[in-house]
Design a protein around this ligand. Structure first.
Ligand SMILES: Cc1ncc(COP(=O)(O)O)c(C=O)c1O
Length: 369
């Protein structure tokens, strides 16, 4: 029952080519291809409307948006973060010469545990950087309480959380800044891309200066900015994607529901449920494999599925704290991170993307069963 064509963990959703060509014609006519062109401006406005937020700056990718977010708030010293994420979260600290301090995750949805984060605060701590892992919201009220008590900044890596709302409110309104990724693998993609969400005009202005080398005007440079601008082709593509993103999200929701229905009752396989009041992004479909109950380990299941041409991903294994750049840190030691260590050993993400067919989901579950 080997699949003829490989099924990967994700496949980007592309807008209709003929519609994109119409946008390209306009770009070719105007000859404005980057530097805050018309599509860039329209895209930021359309994104703000769609996401129901006030201030957003589009970026060339999410990693540079994270690096710039830390610059914008002048974060230094130590930042408390999660080891259970994509490496870019911690790399953004490294690029700012900030010491990452890892704290453990909570066992329900695998986000940074606020209580563990609070325990890790030192006089050098200036900020907390949690991640809404798989798009599931962090305990935002508690994080805000801790940040307010200790006078810390709060920057959310919301790379997985496009369009997520809690009781009708965008989770991007929380904290000081939030960062999105529009990478090809994400729910909403601009091929490569990202954004910073902030809550006032002055901060947006600072971010916009920083992403354009620090230029405030032709002759004023406010500081060592970087080049992280989104170009006009990405912005036009993004504008077009916004027309289709609800359809993408709704298809992902159906796939997640089908997985849950079919996976029910398999001993040793755990999956995450939707949270009441949350509109989810269905960015990933992680399952946890308990070897004792299921019979084989996560890695054995991963290899078996691969044999059948189904390419899952073990997001997020290894933990960021296990990579050579970070494993020497005291906070990176596995006995400081027992929950994250266990989840990283058990997790595997099943394929999920808008064009994944119900018959393919059934086939994947049949193999797991
Ligand atoms: C949690 C997280 N943070 C940051 C990034 C980096 O985003 P980008 O690939 O757009 O640079 C990604 C994904 O790529 C991610 O999954």
């Amino acid at each position: 029952m080997k699949e003829n064509k490989p099924i990967y963990v994700t496949q980007p959703a592309l807008p209709p080519l003929n519609e994109f060509i119409e946008y390209l014609k306009q770009i070719w006519e105007s000859k404005i291809i980057t530097n805050n062109g018309l599509f860039h401006q329209q895209f930021e406005k359309a994104l703000a409307d769609y996401l129901r937020i006030k201030y957003i700056s589009a970026f060339s990718n999410g990693t540079l948006a994270l690096v710039t977010a830390l610059q914008a708030l002048r974060i230094t010293g130590e930042v408390i973060t999660t080891p259970f994420s994509f490496v870019a979260t911690t790399h953004s600290l490294w690029w700012n010469n900030i010491k990452p301090v890892f704290a453990d995750i909570e066992p329900e949805y695998f986000n940074l545990d606020p209580e563990k984060a609070e325990s890790a605060i030192t006089p050098q701590t200036t900020a907390i950087m949690p991640v809404h892992v798989y798009g599931n919201p962090c305990k935002m009220e508690r994080f805000q309480q801790i940040a307010d008590t200790y006078g810390l900044k709060l920057i959310y890596d919301a790379a997985h959380a496009f369009g997520v709302t809690v009781n009708g409110n965008s989770l991007l309104t929380c904290g000081d800044l939030s960062v999105l990724s529009f990478h090809a693998t994400k729910v909403f993609n601009t091929i490569e891309g990202g954004a910073i969400i902030c809550h006032d005009e002055k901060t947006k202005q600072r971010i916009d200066f920083l992403k354009n080398f620090g230029f405030a005007n032709e002759t004023t440079i406010i500081g060592p900015g970087i080049n992280a601008k989104m170009n006009e082709l990405q912005a036009a593509y993004g504008l077009l994607q916004l027309k289709y993103v609800d359809e993408y999200l709704s298809k992902r929701k159906d796939i997640a529901a089908l997985y849950r229905e079919r996976l029910k009752g398999i001993e040793g396989i755990r999956f995450l449920e939707d949270i009441e009041g949350v509109k989810h992004s269905y960015s990933y479909f992680p399952i946890l494999v308990d070897k004792e109950k299921y019979g084989i380990s996560r890695d054995e299941l991963y290899e078996k599925l691969k044999f059948y041409n189904i390419f899952c991903r073990r997001y997020f294994y290894p933990l960021i704290s296990q990579f050579p750049s970070y494993r020497g840190l005291a906070s990176a030691q596995p006995d400081n991170l027992p929950v994250a260590t266990k989840v990283a050993d058990q997790v595997v993400c099943l394929p999920i993307y808008p064009d994944l067919q119900p018959s393919q989901v059934s086939q994947i579950v049949k193999l797991i069963r």
